[in-house]
Design a protein around this ligand. Structure first.
Ligand code: AMP
Length: 603
């Protein structure tokens, strides 16, 4: 494991990092420090240390071998972030990091006085951090001059596109000099991000510190659990999860701000110290809420996704999704509020009975292995409370040295029956906490979605022990008992086919996989067209990372193989051939999606 000095981090920044006790670079910091000096597209989760990572790159660029930065009137580097909170956080982080260099940093976000920003810019600045809308406003008012930029960082770029900032980003990038360096940091790389990179970066190097050989990233420190609850038990389940975990800091996510208000009301009514944060609240109120959680006077922050984007709250041990995230990206971002900077975290999703399938699909798409368990029950919470008080009292007793308390103990123990006295004190220690809720019973056993599937599913029994169950294998099955963490689970393409059941299947391989965004939904028509067969002759399709396999009814296999081997002028690079024995087992698999009937996507 290298140190910042060994990786040639700028010495002034290495000193600032050491002052904070940051001696070991995180995976993303190491990856960018050893990368070539060119545009970078960095896959990075929030909490991975990415702000320091781009700070280190900016320092190399702006300082070279100088100890102090050359000052000027217009910014030399611009960092664009999706939300006020993230921009403020990035500004804070870069401020201590660049402090020894004499660099001046300014943050510009919506919701503050624009005239004040314009005045601040008149004093000169080296590094500007801001949200897209406000930055564009400042450029349009001629207060912010981007022509001196040597580097632009787009932080949480996928979030910015999700929030509809594409045009604002383009306006900013169009104003920056063409020879600037562009560093793009993003948790996910959907096609829109790749398109942005293509348009605004020069031969960008893609860095994924979570890739093969990388050290574990922050997100591997998160344990994912999903509680299936009866309809109407959502709030009760959140209460029980919070009570059972007994974390000092937790975030509860709700889909909408009305949900935030209601959840906050319900938790406060039960005695939780909770604060709420949603986009509609005034900035001062949001800041107060965050400060309360940071200071420890509030235990639970209830928030919408948007309100909590980019938040860096230290030591959030638990994230609860009271409502399921709307897409895999939201799951990734919400979950990333815990397990930060190498600490462990638990990410709990609450799914009501009708939401199980949606949740499973989310996990597949977000490449998350999630344990399905029942929510903690009122009795398990009561038992956990007893254990906690037991341990706490014994620990405190070992350190008891307060003479007044010891004197009172002597008096109490000589005045009454010791067992009854201790029990009375324990009763006090045990009251005052919100009570666990009684939940309606549920059946955790998944209902088989496709009776003939040979999918591997992970499940957790009521006792909490993890088990792996396998549905019956069909001929030609290549599902394996321990799918890797990124594995998707497959199901055959439609109903069991009689023709296939009779004749068996032959496995073929196509050189398109998840890296090409392959999905069974568009692979199927492609396979049929190439092999001149109908859908009836195609069985399970499994999408791997680099290639995919699919089953063809044995009696159609020879003809299919011959047809598919012919070069297709519409897709000359797509190759289909018989899979070598065992190939299917090597592939991560992806779930079956309904066919896109009208316009199947083609590679
Ligand atoms: P970020 O991903 O930039 O939001 O960073 C998450 C947290 O990790 C921040 O509080 C950083 O100050 C902290 N951090 C950054 N680099 C390191 C490091 N090398 N060692 C320990 N903590 C770090």
């Amino acid at each position: 494991m290298s140190s910042f000095e060994e990786l040639s981090a700028h010495p002034a920044l290495a000193r600032a990092l050491a002052t904070r006790g940051y001696d070991t670079p995180t995976a993303v910091q190491e990856a960018v420090l050893v990368a070539e000096e060119r545009d970078l597209l960095v896959s990075s989760q929030t909490g991975s240390g990415k702000t320091v990572a781009f700070g280190l790159l900016l320092a190399r660029l702006l300082l070279g071998s100088e100890e102090r930065i050359k000052r000027g009137m217009r910014p030399r580097a611009l960092v664009v972030a999706p939300t006020r909170e993230l921009a403020v956080q990035v500004h804070k982080e870069l401020s201590w990091l660049f402090q020894p260099t004499g660099a001046r940093l300014l943050a510009f976000t919506g919701g503050t006085d624009l005239r004040q920003d314009l005045r601040a810019l008149k004093g000169g600045v080296e590094l500007v951090v801001g949200t897209p809308g406000r930055l564009v406003d400042l450029v349009e008012r001629k207060g912010l001059d981007l022509e001196g930029l040597e580097a632009v960082v787009l932080d949480e770029a996928d979030e910015m596109l999700d929030l509809g900032f594409r045009e604002a980003l383009q306006a900013l990038l169009d104003k920056a000099p063409a020879e600037r360096r562009t560093l793009l940091f993003s948790a996910t790389l959907p096609s829109e991000i790749r398109a942005l990179a293509q348009k605004y970066q020069k031969h960008a190097l893609h860095i994924d510190p979570r890739g093969a050989g990388a050290r574990p990233s922050a997100h591997e420190d998160i344990r994912h659990v999903c509680h299936l609850v009866a309809n109407g038990d959502r709030v009760a389940a959140v209460v029980n999860v919070l009570r059972q975990a007994d974390e000092e800091r937790a975030i509860v996510f709700c889909a909408r701000r009305e949900g935030v208000a209601e959840m906050h009301r319900q938790l406060a009514r039960r005695g939780f110290s909770a604060v709420a944060m949603s986009g509609d609240r005034a900035q001062a109120e949001r800041t107060r809420a965050l400060d309360a959680v940071r200071a420890g006077s509030a235990q639970v922050l209830v928030a919408t996704n948007v309100a909590a984007r980019g938040l860096d709250l230290p030591d959030v041990g638990l994230v609860v999704h009271a409502d399921l995230p709307e897409n895999p990206e939201a799951l990734t971002h919400r979950s990333g509020r815990t397990g930060r900077a190498g600490k462990k975290g638990v990410n709990v999703l609450i799914a009501e009975m009708g939401e199980r399938r949606r949740a499973e699909r989310l996990f597949q798409l977000a490449h998350v292995v999630c344990a399905w368990t029942a929510a903690p029950s009122a009795s398990s919470i009561a038992a956990a409370d007893l254990e906690r008080v037991f341990t706490q009292v014994l620990t405190d007793a070992q350190a008891a040295d307060d003479q007044a308390s010891l004197g009172l103990a002597d008096r109490l123990l000589t005045s009454g029956e010791p067992r009854a006295i201790v029990a009375a004190l324990l009763k006090r220690a045990l009251t005052g906490r919100p009570a666990g809720e009684v939940l309606k019973p549920i059946d955790l056993k998944p209902k088989p979605r496709h009776p003939a599937t040979h999918a591997t599913t992970r499940s957790v029994s009521h006792s909490g022990s993890q088990s792996t169950s396998h549905a019956a294998a069909r001929p030609g099955s290549h599902a394996r008992p321990h799918a890797p963490a990124h594995a998707h689970v497959t199901a055959p393409a439609g109903k069991p086919r009689e023709a296939m059941a009779k004749s068996g299947v032959v496995l073929f391989e196509i050189n398109l996989g998840a890296k090409d965004n392959a999905e069974p939904g568009w692979l199927l028509p492609l396979v049929c067209r190439r092999g001149s067969i109908t859908r009836k002759e195609v069985g399970a399709i499994r999408v791997g990372r680099d290639s995919s396999t699919f089953e063809i009814a044995a009696d159609a296999a020879d003809e299919f193989g011959a047809n598919a081997a012919e070069r297709d002028p519409r897709a000359p690079n797509v190759r289909i051939e018989r899979a070598a024995a065992g190939d299917g087992a090597k592939l991560a698999t992806r779930s079956w999606k309904p066919l896109a009937k009208k316009h199947p996507r083609r590679p």
